[in-house]
Write a protein that binds this ligand. Structure first.
Ligand SMILES: [Fe+2]
Length: 611
C-alpha cells in the first residue's frame, strides 16, 4: 500500500489538516469549520481527527506527519528582527518568544503527543509548502511556480520551477519586503481586518480611482523590472509595533487610518484602487519573470496573495502562459496539503501520477466532510424540524431552481465541504442573478455584511463564454473576468462612480445579470462542468431550463464573521438566523416559514467577531 501522510498547518492563522495516500488527496479541512471559530489558529485536533477517519487509519499507521513550517527558521526571523529594532520591539518580542518557545520549538513532541503515536514528524519550509500546494495538484507536468504571501519564515515571495515530482525554488524575496504585508497594511489603514479584510479592499477597488498609485510607487515600494521589490520600512509599524502602519504612513495619505465600521470615504476607495493597481503591476512583472527564468509553458500560484482573483484574471488575460492554475486553499491552510504532498514526492521520492489530460488532482476541492441523508434526518427528527424529502437529485434540482427563479434565497448543503475560503456549491447560498435587488437583499438580510461587496456567479461551464470574457475554466472561483459587452447596460457615469454613497452606486443595474456584475463590469466567476459537481450542475441546468439564464449567485453559506457551515446543526442555525427561504440538506428540503420559532441560545450577532 502507498504511503499515508498527514499534513498539519497550525499556530499562525487558519489551522488545517490534510491527508494523502499514495499521492492521492483523501481529505483536507480547516479547523475553523469544526470549532466554529473563524481563522482558528489552534492545533487542528478536530480537522486531524476528521482526516484520520476519512482515511480509515489510526495515527500509528501514518507513514509521516508533516508540519508546514520550519519553526527554527521562523524563530530566526523573529530573533533577527528583534535585534534590528530593539528596544522598540521588546514587547512584540516577548509575545513572539512566548509562543515560539512554548509551542513551535516543541512542535515535534507536541504533534506526537497529540497523535498519541510515535509518528515520524517532518518539517517543510513555508514557501516550499505553498509551492507544493500549487504545483502537485495542478494538471501540469511542468510549470513555473509563484508563491506570494505576507510572510512565512523569511521569504515573502518565491519563484520556482516544477517538473514531474521535483520542485526547485530559484529566487525569493525576504521579509520585511513583502507584497502581502503591503496589501495588509493598506487593508488595516482602510479600516478592515488584516488577514481577512484583504478581500474587502479588493472589492472596494473598482469604486475608486488609482490617484495614490504614484505615491505608493514613489514612497512605499520600489519595484524593479523583474518584479522584485523593496518596501520603505520607515512607513510601516509591523517591524517595531503592533500596528501595520505608523505616523509617517498617516502623513502620506492625509490623516489617520479609517476607524473600522465607520463610513467608507472616497479616500479608502481611491486607496483600494491604487494598491490594487500596484499589486497587479508587481504580479504581472513577476509572472513575466517566472516565464523568463523557467521557460515553462504554464504557471501555478499559491500564497495568500494568490487569492487576489482580480490580479489572477489579469495574469490569465495577459497570455504569458498557456494556462494558469491556482491552489484554491492558497493561504496557509493549504500548506497542510502542500506539506503532505511535498513529503510524498520529495522526502519519499514518489513519482507523480497525472490524471487524464487537463484534469487536476484537487478533486474540485470537495475534500471536507459530507453528511449522509440518514445523518441529516436524524438531526431534523431529533429536533422535530419539519421537512420533506425529494425522491431523486432531479427533483431537488428542480425545487432549488424554481425557488431561485421565484426570487427566493436557498441554502444549499450537498456533498463534501469545500477546502479553501470559497464555497463552490457544497456549502452555498444561491440566488437569482437577474434581479438587481438580490445583491442588497443577500448582503443585508442574509450575510449581514457591507453592501458594497459583490457576489459571484456560478455558471454552466459551456455557457460561460456567453456571459464573460474568459477563455479558460475557473472551477475554483479564483479568476475575475469582464462581463461581455453585449450584456452591459450603461449605468450613470462609468464603473468608477463619483458618488460618495456606495449604496446609490451599487443599486444601479449594470447588465442583464446585475447581482453579479461589479461596478467595473467584472465578475468573479466559478465555472461548473458536469463532472465538477454533478448535483450542482443539474441545479444550474434546471435554472437555465426555467429562465434561459445559465448562472446563479453563489455565495458562501455563513453570516458575516462566521466560518462557513460544516454540518446540519450549523446549516440549520444559519438558515433560521437569516432570511434564507429554503434550506436543502442532501435530500431534505426545509421551508423557513414552516419552521417552529427558533429560540436562539446566543446573541449571535455578538457571537462572531466582525471580520
Ligand atoms: Fe503563507
Amino acid at each position: 500500500m502507498g504511503k499515508t501522510i498527514l499534513g498539519v498547518s497550525a499556530f499562525y492563522h487558519d489551522s488545517a489538516a490534510a491527508i494523502i495516500r499514495d499521492g492521492e488527496i483523501i481529505a483536507a479541512a480547516q479547523e475553523e469549520r469544526f470549532s466554529r471559530r473563524k481563522h482558528d489558529a489552534r492545533f487542528p485536533a478536530r480537522a486531524i481527527n476528521y482526516c484520520l477517519e476519512q482515511a480509515f487509519i489510526d495515527p500509528a499507521e501514518l507513514d509521516a506527519a508533516v508540519f508546514y513550517d520550519n519553526p527554527l527558521l521562523t524563530f530566526d526571523r523573529v530573533m533577527k528582527n528583534f535585534v534590528t529594532v530593539a528596544p522598540n520591539g521588546r514587547e512584540q518580542w516577548a509575545k513572539a518568544a512566548g509562543s515560539f518557545f512554548g509551542v513551535k520549538i516543541a512542535v515535534r513532541d507536541y504533534l506526537k503527543r497529540a497523535l498519541g503515536a510515535n509518528t515520524k514528524v517532518l518539517f517543510s519550509d513555508h514557501h516550499m509548502a505553498h509551492a507544493a500546494a500549487a504545483f502537485y495538484p495542478s494538471p501540469f507536468t511542468e510549470a513555473a511556480i509563484l508563491t506570494v504571501d505576507g510572510v512565512g519564515e523569511w521569504a515573502t515571495m518565491s519563484l520556482g520551477h516544477g517538473r514531474d515530482n521535483q520542485i526547485e525554488l530559484l529566487k525569493e524575496i525576504r521579509y520585511p519586503h513583502s507584497l502581502g504585508l503591503l496589501y495588509s497594511a493598506m487593508t488595516f489603514f482602510s479600516g478592515f481586518k488584516v488577514n481577512s479584510g484583504e478581500y474587502k479592499l479588493m472589492g472596494l477597488a473598482p469604486y475608486g480611482q488609482p490617484v495614490f498609485a504614484d505615491r505608493i510607487r514613489e514612497e512605499l515600494i520600489d519595484i524593479k523590472d523583474d518584479g522584485s521589490f523593496r518596501l520603505n520600512t520607515k512607513y510601516f509599524g509591523f517591524l517595531d509595533g503592533d500596528q501595520m502602519t505608523n505616523q509617517a504612513f498617516d502623513d502620506l495619505f492625509g490623516g489617520p487610518p479609517r476607524r473600522p465600521e465607520s463610513q467608507i470615504t472616497r479616500r479608502e476607495m481611491d486607496l483600494a484602487a491604487s494598491i490594487q493597481l500596484v499589486l497587479e503591476e508587481v504580479m504581472l512583472k513577476l509572472a513575466h519573470q517566472a516565464k523568463r527564468v523557467t521557460g515553462a509553458p504554464n504557471l501555478v500560484l499559491a500564497g495568500g496573495v494568490a487569492l487576489n482573483c482580480v490580479a489572477n484574471g489579469k495574469i490569465a488575460r495577459e497570455n504569458i502562459f498557456e494556462q494558469i492554475w491556482i491552489q484554491p486553499a492558497a493561504g496557509d491552510a493549504g500548506n497542510a496539503l502542500g506539506a503532505a504532498l511535498l513529503a510524498h514526492h520529495q522526502y519519499f521520492d514518489q513519482p507523480r501520477r497525472l490524471r487524464s489530460a487537463g484534469q487536476d488532482a484537487q478533486l474540485g476541492s470537495y475534500l471536507g466532510p459530507a453528511f449522509s441523508s440518514a445523518e441529516v434526518r436524524a438531526f431534523l427528527d431529533r429536533h422535530d424540524y419539519p421537512y420533506t424529502r425529494v425522491a431523486e437529485a432531479g427533483e431537488r434540482a428542480r425545487t432549488v431552481a424554481r425557488a431561485v427563479a421565484d426570487g427566493k434565497v436557498v441554502g444549499y448543503m450537498v456533498g463534501r465541504m469545500e477546502f479553501g475560503p470559497r464555497a463552490l456549491g457544497a456549502r452555498s447560498i444561491l440566488g437569482d442573478p437577474r434581479r438587481a435587488e438580490t445583491q442588497s437583499i443577500m448582503n443585508l438580510k442574509i450575510k449581514h455584511r457591507e453592501s458594497f461587496r459583490p457576489f459571484a456567479p456560478a455558471v454552466i461551464a459551456e455557457r460561460a463564454g456567453d456571459y464573460f470574457a474568459l477563455d479558460q475554466e475557473s472551477p475554483y472561483m479564483l479568476l475575475v473576468a469582464p462581463v461581455r459587452d453585449e450584456r452591459r447596460m450603461p449605468a450613470n457615469g462609468n464603473g468608477a462612480a463619483k458618488d460618495e454613497n456606495l449604496l446609490n452606486v451599487i443599486n444601479q443595474a449594470r447588465s442583464d445579470i446585475p447581482a453579479v456584475t461589479h461596478v467595473d463590469y467584472s465578475a468573479r466567476v466559478q465555472t461548473v462542468a458536469p463532472n465538477d459537481k454533478p448535483d450542482f450542475y443539474e441545479v444550474l441546468k434546471e435554472f437555465e431550463a426555467i429562465t434561459g439564464c445559465p448562472l446563479m449567485v453563489n455565495t458562501s453559506f455563513n453570516v458575516r464573521g462566521e466560518p462557513i457551515v460544516c454540518g446540519p446543526p450549523d446549516a440549520y442555525r444559519c438558515f433560521m438566523r437569516t432570511e434564507i427561504d429554503l434550506l436543502v440538506m442532501e435530500d431534505c428540503v426545509l421551508w423557513n416559514d414552516a419552521q417552529p420559532e427558533f429560540v436562539d441560545a446566543q446573541n449571535w450577532k455578538a457571537e462572531y467577531d466582525l471580520d
